[in-house]
Each structure stands twice: as C-alpha cells, then as structure tokens.
Design a protein around this ligand. Structure first.
Ligand code: HEC
Length: 128
C-alpha cells in the first residue's frame, strides 16, 4: 500500500462500511486540484493563499482528518464534493473536469500533494 495514512481518512470521509479500496493517489492531480479549487478561493479570503509548506505532513493529516474548515464552520470535505464542483464549474474549468471524479479520490490526491509539499515533505512548496 502506497499511502497507509490515507486509509482512516477515507473511511472517515465516506463513512462507508465497505473496506477502503486501494487507490493509488496522484499527487500531480492533487496539486492541480489544490491550486485550481482550494487556492483559487483562498486568493480572495482574508488570510490569502495557504501555502502547502506552512504546515508539516502530520499537521496536514490532522487538519484533513478533523474535517473542519474555516474555523469549524463547515467540513473541508464540502470542497471535494461534486455538489460544490458543479456549483462553480460554469466559471472554473478545472471544477468542470473534476466534477465526475469521486470525492475521496480527490481528497487523497490533495493529501498526497500536501504530504509531498509540506514543510518537512520531500519537496516543500509554496505555490498558489
Ligand atoms: C469557497 C471558498 C473556499 C474554498 C473552495 C476552500 N476554502 Fe479553505 N478557506 C476559506 C476561508 C473563507 C477560510 C478562512 C479565512 C482565511 O483563512 O482567510 C479558509 C481557510 C482554510 C484553511 C486555514 C484553516 C481554517 O480552516 O480556517 C485551510 C488549511 C484551508 N482553508 C484548506 C482548504 C482546502 C484544502 C481546500 C480545498 C479542498 C479549501 N480550503 C477550499 C475558503 C475556501
């Protein structure tokens, strides 16, 4: 298994009774998602774009597992959902492309990208 840490997260995100299927996360797709969906919104929010290397690998896992966003106002999984992607796809080409991808795969892709690009990751990245 390539990324063991992601499994409890997926189970939590989908609340599925089925065993987590082995999904080989794609950090490059995660990077596109993070930039095109997460950062495109953060560029307009009070604290601005959130750099992947502003947190450690462990802090990112804790953040996504907690599933709280914007100080707990809503779950962060909302922003991986096809409902959210469909709601912005008229003005966001990436959202249009991603809206048919299962949310738990997108979440794992982003998590793997954040693991790679974290402060203590193999390729710390500040990217918008
Ligand atoms: C609709 C706009 C929007 C989208 C999309 C969005 N965010 Fe946010 N995000 C916010 C706002 C608003 C805040 C809180 C204010 C700030 O930090 O400027 C925030 C804050 C955060 C924070 C700082 C801690 C916290 O929760 O307050 C993190 C980390 C974060 N977002 C991650 C993500 C990730 C990962 C995605 C993509 C899966 C995402 N966000 C998508 C609007 C968005």
């Amino acid at each position: 298994m390539k990324f063991a840490l992601a499994l409890p997260l997926v189970a939590a995100a989908t609340l599925s009774a089925a065993p987590a299927l082995a999904y080989d996360a794609d950090w490059k797709r995660g990077r596109i998602y993070y930039r095109a969906i997460c950062s495109s919104c953060h560029s307009t929010t009070p604290n601005g774009v959130i750099q992947p290397n502003s947190r450690t690998k462990a802090e990112w896992v804790v953040y996504l597992e907690a599933n709280k966003h914007d100080k707990g106002k809503e779950p962060v999984t909302k922003y991986f959902s096809s409902d959210y992607l469909n709601s912005i796809k008229a003005s966001n080409k990436a959202a249009d492309r991603f809206s048919s991808v299962p949310a738990d795969q997108l979440l794992q892709d982003v998590l793997l990208f954040l693991q790679r690009s974290a402060k203590d990751g193999e390729s710390p990245a500040s990217c918008s």
